[in-house]
Write a protein that binds this ligand. Structure first.
Ligand SMILES: *Cc1c(COP(=O)(O)O)cnc(C)c1O
Length: 393
């Protein structure tokens, strides 16, 4: 038999000294249990919420470091990290909305959010309306003072890439007593800071540019107001939603190179978008930085640059032509999600996706994410792809 003191020694490790040790990375702090120094502090642990540590689910110093970075980049009040970009949006909606409330969602919002509204919010008794983000009169005619609690938008819109007037939409929401929220994933806080335009809450998929390497899923929510932040922190405890410190550590690492990556992919995407517009026509390339794109004036007013994601529209009557063109890609991979070091193409159809804004139902929308490969090789690949879509190669 082993002695009981050996058993205990296996469990109670000596603490290594941190004296003289200093390094750059934020340590990965893992915890379910948080240990309290005495009975009194355990009894009153509720007073540590929402910023402090009381249970691992609500975050460790690794989570808080990432939250603090997002808060500083957005010049916000507080941020919360959640398991995905989708969770960032849905937990905001589940916290702000209750039965009988009304929510307005922009027509070009990330499609899973519209599905969540139909399949989760409506059965809970929340009234959902879709508005045209490029038509402020449409928003004014649908917003209901005292009943509309939230106006949700995304700039630029998913796939179709229109940039809405976030400043005016937030003002219209506030006049009616509603909150304004937006999905800022395309821009990241480096290219747009919606809180400065009057938006109350910003959601982002850190899965994309912050993670930056196609290997993690995380989302962030950044608040202009402390009370809404505290309410959401509590709601996440109710729902039992938390994140892994390992994922937060990867996101903190991704963040360190994000500015450089964004400048690079934004530069390459801008160059490619203009060249492609010259090749196939300006109406076939959807990218906020292109003159004449829908909402280009708001992009110029509110954004400091463009990221690496744009859309090519192609009339493809025969699926085999599309498949052959996609299969002929060398440098670009086929896949959803984006914002990583690897360049991607994802074909989509917007048929049946939009309630208000006209789309070309029989055209294929090819979402292109520029990565970090050689720009010359990428250009040869995409130019060949566009020619192959046209049926000749
Ligand atoms: C990818 C994406 C999301 C969802 O992010 P996940 O982390 O994949 O859930 C939300 N909004 C936009 C604009 C996105 O591109």
């Amino acid at each position: 038999m082993t002695s009981s003191s050996d058993d205990t020694s296996c469990v109670h490790h000596p603490r290594a000294s941190l004296d003289g040790f200093d390094s750059f990375p934020t340590p990965i702090y893992r915890a379910s249990t948080i240990v309290f120094p005495d009975a009194q502090s355990y009894r009153t642990r509720g007073s540590r919420i929402p910023d402090g540590y009381s249970y691992g689910l609500m975050g460790t110093p690794t989570t808080r470091a990432l939250e603090a970075s997002m808060t500083r980049l957005h010049a916000g009040e507080r941020s919360i990290i959640v398991p995905s970009g989708q969770a960032a949006i849905t937990t905001v909606m589940l916290t702000v909305l209750k039965a009988g409330d009304h929510v307005l969602i922009a027509d070009n919002t990330y499609p899973p959010v519209k599905q969540f509204a139909r399949e989760v919010l409506e059965p809970l008794g929340v009234n959902v309306s879709i508005f045209d983000p490029m038509d402020l009169d449409d928003l004014r005619s649908k917003i209901v003072r005292g009943t509309t609690r939230l106006v949700w938008m995304e700039a630029p819109g998913s796939t179709s890439m229109e940039v809405c007037d976030m400043l005016s939409i937030a003002a219209i929401a506030h006049e009616a007593g509603a909150l304004a929220g937006c999905d800022n994933t395309w821009a990241s806080p480096l290219l747009c800071k919606p809180l400065q335009l009057g938006v109350d809450v910003v959601a982002e998929a850190l899965t994309k540019y912050v993670g930056g390497h196609s290997d993690l899923l995380l989302g962030s929510i950044t608040f202009a107001d402390f009370d809404l932040y505290a309410k959401l922190r509590r709601q996440l405890a109710n729902l039992g939603v938390g994140v892994s410190p390992d994922d937060c550590s990867l996101a903190l690492r991704g963040l360190e190179t994000m500015a450089l990556r964004m400048r690079h992919v934004g530069g390459v995407a801008s160059e490619f978008a203009s060249r492609l517009a010259g090749m196939i026509g300006p109406d076939k390339v959807l990218y906020p930085a292109l003159e004449g794109s829908v909402g280009h004036e708001f992009w110029k007013r509110d954004f400091t640059g463009a990221s690496g994601l744009f859309t090519i529209k192609a009339a493809v009557s025969d699926t085999s032509v599309l498949d052959r063109a996609l299969d002929g890609l060398n440098c670009f991979a086929i896949g959803a999600s984006w914002g990583g070091t690897r360049s991607l193409v994802a074909p989509m159809s917007l048929a049946g996706e939009r309630a208000l804004r006209a789309v070309d139902a029989d055209m294929i929308y090819l979402r292109v994410s520029i990565g970090m490969e050689s720009a010359d090789e990428l250009w040869a690949d995409i130019a060949g792809f566009v020619r192959a879509l046209d049926g000749h190669r």
